[in-house]
Design a protein around this ligand. Structure first.
Ligand code: DX5
Ligand code: ZN
Length: 225
């Protein structure tokens, strides 16, 4: 059984006009999930390194930066300068993934690679030994509030087998449509880090929602163990 479930609320779903208050409300989280969208790799625009610096000054919760941008190798350094603790880029956006992983690690941050719902887990076979974390997207990136794609469970199982084969131990993160109803099954299939936007920030009490997600994940895992 894996008790080490980590909750990463996505501030994409927060009330941006009350961001400081919303960050206070999630101080029991394991990470702040910071979604960077460039309007090219995904059809939406969000935040940049300036806001990331301010968030790093405001909170002690480590920040998990999810780059949904094209050519991340040319643009990731600004996010490390701004204090990203984990930096995730997309396999689909990058020609030189191996080089980018080590460029991130050399700067002292954790390096993670993400794959879209339409990308097979097999593309990670030659990178799984190198990354600190794998992000399996459970929605098509670009927007919050979408429904979890059930095929993700199979992909998590495939990833688990790949990790066993390689004796590799990256964290496994799932992002998109995570709720207290599916958290247990996601963790049982192999995830340790649950990104949750709507299910935390659209709840009346975000701290309560984090506790509920943690509880749902842990209890279902216990009962299935
Ligand atoms: C989607 C983003 C997610 C998003 C998740 O492209 O990467 O992090 O904020 O939002 P929910 O939890 O609402 O699906
Ligand atoms: Zn994300």
């Amino acid at each position: 059984m894996n008790r080490d479930v980590r909750i990463a609320p996505s501030i994409l779903a927060a009330d941006q006009l009350r961001l400081a208050e919303q960050l206070e409300a999630i101080r029991t989280a394991d990470y702040v999930h910071f979604d960077v969208m460039d309007g090219v790799f995904v059809p939406n625009l969000t935040f940049g390194p300036g806001l990331l610096s301010q968030i790093k000054e405001f909170t002690d919760v480590p920040v998990d930066v999810h780059l949904m941008i094209s050519e991340p190798d040319r643009r990731f350094a600004a996010y490390l300068d701004a204090g990203a603790d984990i930096l995730t880029f997309h396999y689909e956006a990058q020609l030189h993934a191996h080089r980018t992983i080590y460029a991130i690690k050399d700067r002292g941050a954790k390096a993670a690679i993400a794959i879209n719902p339409g990308t097979p887990v097999s593309v990670l076979d030659s990178l799984i030994d190198d990354v600190d974390m794998v992000l399996i997207m459970s929605v098509n990136p670009g927007f919050g509030g979408q429904s979890f794609i059930p095929k993700t469970y199979d992909k998590l199982q495939q990833l688990k087998r790949m990790c066993v084969k390689h004796d590799a131990h990256p964290l496994v993160e799932v992002d998109g449509g995570v709720t207290a109803d599916n958290a247990g099954r996601i963790v049982t299939a192999g995830a340790q880090v649950l990104v949750a936007g709507s299910s935390v920030f659209k709840a009346p009490d975000p701290a309560r929602a984090i506790a509920d997600l943690r509880c749902a994940a842990t209890h279902t895992v216990e009962s299935e163990a």
